[in-house]
Design a protein around this ligand. Structure first.
Ligand code: ADP
Length: 473
């Protein structure tokens, strides 16, 4: 079922329920009002009849003898034309007196040969509907008792219901006919309006449908009004921006990776091609083969890093977070980096503060520290110092790795964590880096909830700062 039909159905269903309740209340109220109006009229007639017969009127009236209430007597005391109306009147009233057995004692002339129905089972004053000569009547039956409380007879007063029945019947007919008609019209209208309202949604979805991988740069035209549809369209556009960005980065990554791999491969192939062309002396072979081995090692390192990146980019990798001593981890990493530092006549200095416990994954943390420390050594000049400081800041364990090397230009700082980004190809080429180390480090930091930031001044040095999440006990 289409959305607009569903919307129309829900709306019409709810309105139909409300309308049914309202119609029922109207009908019920009119019905009540009409009957109470008749009952008032009957009550009034009863009390007038009884008072004119000098009888106290209550639900049951007490008097000496039923004959005292002869209707002739009643009629005599009234203005005939005014009080007891005839059958020809628009709204005549019929009065009848019966004895306790239900035999008619007296009745008004307008009844002619008709008699009002008597219900012996009704003991008190009762108002009810009845029929007389094929016409509906509203009737009251009042018991009359003598001074000892014995029922002597009943006073029955009736008025024709005809006009009221017509009103009620017409009202019922109007309701029965108009209700389904109104519901049908309402359903049609709602469906039409719902269709119009969701038309822009259909436009948005058909436009979104037409955007494929090849046309990722296309965007949905934003509607004029800044309503929910505007938000939907701009949300989809935002999603497309991110998708295009991710797609672009993936493409760039593949291009960069193949470029990085192609270069050493071409070097090795070229070198070997030259070597096989004619015989050379052993020293030449040794020198060329070790050159090729260097290139192959470089390729192997790159493949290792690519595999690592692919592994950690995968969200299914969950770090095994444990509480560990940051100082001990730093000591171990510094020890492993010692040969690199010694080769450049450098010193690694660790400022031992109070022991800092951090929550991190053992292997991942050491890999991060190794990358940062090796960079610090790589991008420092001979004989320089690398300082490591760790402690606590605003309740968080922190670790800073500072070198006094070539530094990073301020404009390039935001890019250093990008994949395959090297600040300066020429200055990095000698270091053999691929520009992947920091992106791996950042990914590892993200996985462990560690924040990583960098501060640097060109020709003065660089500091990488790690801020750890609070280690819970
Ligand atoms: P690489 O393997 O090239 O070192 P990284 O991702 O580790 O790749 O670093 C990205 C770039 O950031 C490097 O090429 C280098 O130019 C710069 N860089 C990283 N660390 C430092 C540092 N401590 N001092 C100066 N430059 C740095």
């Amino acid at each position: 079922m289409s959305l607009r039909t569903r919307m129309a159905l829900y709306y019409t269903g709810a309105t139909a329920l409300l309308m049914a309740i309202v119609f029922f209340l109207i009908f019920f109220t009119v019905d009540r009002v009409v009957y109470s109006h008749f009952d008032d009229e009957l009550r009034h007639e009863v009390s007038e009849t009884l008072s004119e017969a000098h009888v106290q009127s209550r639900d049951v009236c007490a008097f000496g003898s039923l004959k005292e209430l002869g209707l002739d007597e009643v009629r005599d005391g009234r203005d005939e034309t005014h009080r007891i109306r005839t059958v020809a009147d628009i709204d005549p009233e019929f009065v009848q007196l019966v004895d306790s057995a239900g035999h008619v004692v007296s009745k008004t002339a307008n009844l002619a040969r008709n008699v009002l129905s008597f219900e012996p089972s009704y003991s008190g004053v009762r108002y009810f509907n009845t029929m007389m000569g094929g016409s509906a009547m509203r009737q009251v039956q009042v018991p009359l008792a003598d001074r000892q409380g014995r029922i002597e007879g009943y006073l029955i007063v009736a008025v024709p219901l005809k006009s009221a029945m017509i009103v009620l019947r017409d009202l019922k007919n109007i309701v029965i006919i108009s209700f389904p008609l109104l519901i049908l019209i309402l359903f049609g209208l709602t469906r039409l309006i719902a269709g119009r309202s969701i038309q822009p949604v259909e436009e948005v979805s058909s436009m979104a449908e037409s955007i494929t991988q090849e046309s990722l740069d296309r965007r949905i035209v934003l509607p004029q009004q800044r309503d929910e549809l505007y938000r939907l369209a701009s949300t989809i556009n935002g999603l497309l921006d991110r998708l295009q960005d991710a797609f672009q980065r993936e493409k760039q990554f593949t291009a960069d990776a193949s470029h990085e791999l192609r270069t050493p491969l071409a070097v090795v192939k070229g070198t070997l091609d030259v070597l096989v062309r004619k015989p050379r002396d052993v020293a030449h072979y040794e020198e060329r083969i070790s050159y090729c081995l260097d290139e192959l090692n470089r390729m192997a390192r790159l493949i290792d890093q690519l595999l690592m990146l692919a592994r950690y980019e995968n969200d299914r990798v969950t770090p095994k977070i444990v509480r560990l001593d940051l100082g001990e981890a730093l000591e171990r990493v510094a020890e492993r980096m010692e040969p690199l530092a010694v080769a450049k006549n450098m010193t690694i200095r660790i400022d031992r503060m109070a022991s800092a416990t951090v929550a991190a994954d053992h292997g991942m943390l050491e890999m991060m520290l190794e990358n940062l420390l090796s960079n610090a050594i790589k991008y420092s000049s001979e004989g320089s110092v690398v300082e490591i400081w760790y402690g606590s800041r605003a309740g968080h364990p922190v670790c800073a790795i500072t070198d006094y090397g070539i530094g990073i230009p301020e404009a390039k700082l935001p890019c250093v964590f990008d994949r395959f980004y090297r600040v300066d190809e020429s200055r990095s080429s000698g270091t053999g880096g691929f520009g992947l180390g920091l992106s791996i480090t950042r990914r590892l930091a993200d996985l462990q909830g560690i924040s990583i930031s960098v501060r640097s001044r060109e020709c003065h040095g660089t500091t990488f700062l790690l801020t750890f999440p609070q280690a819970r006990n």
